[in-house]
Design a protein around this ligand. Structure first.
Ligand SMILES: Nc1nc2c(ncn2[C@@H]2O[C@H](COP(=O)(O)OP(=O)(O)OP(=O)(O)O)[C@@H](O)[C@H]2O)c(=O)[nH]1
Ligand SMILES: [Mg+2]
Length: 357
């Protein structure tokens, strides 16, 4: 799993640059210039291209040496904004490329400036710790909403039955697959489940859920293709009540923000089902588009938490921070593959360990 690797690299690059940890490159650079020199001696002829290469190598070497000197320059003196501004700008680019939103990027960089500027360090370890401490503190603040309600399964166990959860999101983000994974998780926790196939819109949606329901050995309430999805949800809830089932999971059709009718329909499902919990499913590959989707669904119906899917296929991962900071909503689970067990709970301390280990 390569999830969050790009984010991790952005932070470690920042630290390495400030600490001048680029010895490998300088060695490589020296080797290359040595090769050029040897070749020159052998042929005893200086070609135009080898001169160009030499100049380029010399320039690179100068740049790298300058970078190596950054820490020496910073040492024993108060760190000034000027000392770190170039490296801060490089981090800005890397964070934006990792799908961290503008607002979150600004917060992280402002915090770094506040925590670094004016400090005096004598050992590189101290500077490294200072950077790590600042980044961890910023990310902890950004992710504070993830600490609320993060254990949904425990909440379900404590709540009156049936506990009703509705899943929604745009087309193809992984709603149906996530419901199947969630059934698997709830069953493992000793809870019994019924699924409402309230996607009566997309052809084959009901059959897709029926396959999962059969494999997972849970009851499924279906509706007619083109029928009223709210009544499918209602029937499943009635069935749960009469059979003493713990949890009702309602699958809904994918809808884009341009689908006014489908949005009205989702509002109706929610009005009738009165869910205890609303989950917005987002695809991490959508990057900053996922943030737009989240804003749309927040305005349209509101939601309690996010499940972020396809994280296994996304190395960036900055969207987790943007969702938490800008929408103040927790990401509670990550989808990390297509199998039932590929749903892991999202825990901020696990996330921070992954970024800074
Ligand atoms: N790699 C990966 N693939 C996933 C994950 N979650 C879902 N998928 C795949 O994404 C595709 C779409 O999944 P669905 O569950 O059908 O998505 P949906 O949101 O229900 O789609 P609609 O009902 O058409 O809106 C399928 O091929 C899934 O196997 C995940 O966490 N990782
Ligand atoms: Mg579906």
């Amino acid at each position: 799993m390569n999830c969050f690797d790009k984010l991790k690299k952005a932070f470690s690059n920042f630290s390495n640059k400030l600490l001048g940890k680029e010895e490998e490159n300088i060695n490589k650079n020296e080797e290359t210039s040595q090769e050029v020199h040897t070749e020159e001696l052998q042929t005893n002829k200086t070609t135009e291209s080898s001169i160009e290469e030499k100049v380029e190598n010399a320039e690179n070497k100068e740049k790298i040496t300058e970078k190596l000197n950054i820490f020496n320059k910073l040492r024993y003196k108060e760190i000034k904004e000027n000392d770190i501004s170039d490296i801060i700008e490089e981090l800005r680019m890397e964070l934006l490329e990792s799908d961290v939103s503008l607002e979150v990027t600004d917060k992280i960089l402002e915090d770094l400036k506040t925590n670094l500027i004016g400090n005096k360090v004598s050992r590189s370890e101290d500077l490294e710790q200072l950077i790590k401490k600042s980044l961890k503190k910023s990310l902890n603040e950004i992710l504070q909403y993830n600490k609320i309600d993060s254990n949904l399964v425990d909440n379900i166990k404590k709540s009156p039955k049936p506990f009703i959860i509705v899943f929604f999101g745009v087309n193809g983000v992984g709603k149906t697959t996530t419901i199947a994974k969630f059934v698997y998780l709830l069953k493992k926790n000793g809870l019994n489940v019924i699924i409402a196939a309230a996607d009566t819109f997309r052809a084959a949606a009901q059959e897709q859920l029926a396959v999962h329901a059969k494999k997972l050995e849970v009851p499924l309430v279906k509706g007619k293709y083109g029928g009223d999805p709210a009544s499918v949800a209602y029937d499943a809830i009635q069935s749960a009540k009469s059979r003493g089932i713990d949890v009702v999971l309602i699958d809904t059709a994918g809808r884009m923000n341009t689908d006014k009718d489908l949005t009205e329909e989702l509002k109706r499902i929610i009005r009738i089902a009165k869910p205890n919990f609303r989950i917005l499913v987002l695809d991490s590959l959508a990057g900053n588009d996922a943030l737009e989707q989240a804003r749309y669904f927040e305005d349209a119906v509101g939601y309690d938490a996010v499940i972020l899917t396809k994280v296994d296929a996304d190395a960036k991962g900055g969207i987790v921070l943007s969702l938490a900071y800008e929408l103040k909503k927790p990401v509670i689970y990550l989808g990390i593959g297509q199998d039932y067990e590929n749903l892991i709970s999202f825990d901020p301390s696990w996330f921070l360990d992954r970024l800074f280990s």
